[in-house]
Design a protein around this ligand. Structure first.
Ligand code: GLN
Length: 200
């Protein structure tokens, strides 16, 4: 199998966990903080953290336009939680000056689950990922309110107060989840993404 190199955007957020998950999923993984580092990767993970901070730092580190360009050019990208927000073409309840990379034609709502279910865990069945529902860890997560026609809904919350909410999507080579698979021992989501990078 060809070795693929996947970058993890390392401005803020749970970078180390994603690097470890990608390595466990069979990729070579490196933090990306500079445009030159972005040029060397076959795919990119945008971690969870705080989307307003990631947005600000992406501008400060001159990564906003280079990442937009590579995503526009078809580079596979996977965003989890704040990373999902960074891939959305429209963000509700964001800061007015908050920027995103785009990549998935969808509207997401930040901190959507509200106070009562601020952070929670719930099963998310994903047909593209066999072996039973993925265990979704949600931490002040967004949900997806609307998707355009070309966007595939990969998964919805299966149980609990948030049941039915869209929390995993894909458009072409761009994948996003509202939950954090890097915080569980289950590497299926990262394997799914590494496979996508391998085929691209
Ligand atoms: N609430 C955060 C944001 O708006 C996302 C939280 C997370 O990534 N765990 O960016």
């Amino acid at each position: 199998m060809a070795e693929v190199t996947v970058g993890v955007l390392a401005l803020q957020g749970d970078v180390r966990e994603h690097v470890a998950a990608l390595v466990a999923a069979g990729a070579s993984a490196h933090p990306v903080r500079r445009p030159e580092e972005l040029e060397r990767v076959d795919g990119l993970v945008i971690p969870g953290g705080e989307s307003t901070t990631i947005s600000k730092l992406a501008e400060a580190y001159d990564l906003l336009e280079p990442i937009r360009k590579r995503i526009g050019g078809g580079m596979p990208v996977y965003g989890s939680c704040a990373g999902m927000i960074m891939l959305a073409t429209e963000v509700l309840d964001g800061r007015p000056d908050q920027q995103s990379f785009g990549g998935i034609e969808m509207t997401v709502r930040r901190n959507a689950f509200g106070r009562q279910v601020d952070s929670f865990e719930a099963p998310v069945p994903i047909a593209a990922i066999p072996g039973g529902p993925v265990h979704g860890v949600f931490i002040r997560a967004p949900w997806v309110e609307r998707v355009a026609d070309g966007v595939e809904v990969l998964g919805r919350v299966a149980a609990g107060p948030a049941a039915g909410r869209i929390v995993a999507v894909r458009q072409g080579n761009a994948v996003a989840t509202a939950f954090h698979p890097e915080l569980t021992g289950d590497r299926r989501m990262h394997r799914y993404f590494v496979e996508l990078v391998r085929r691209a």
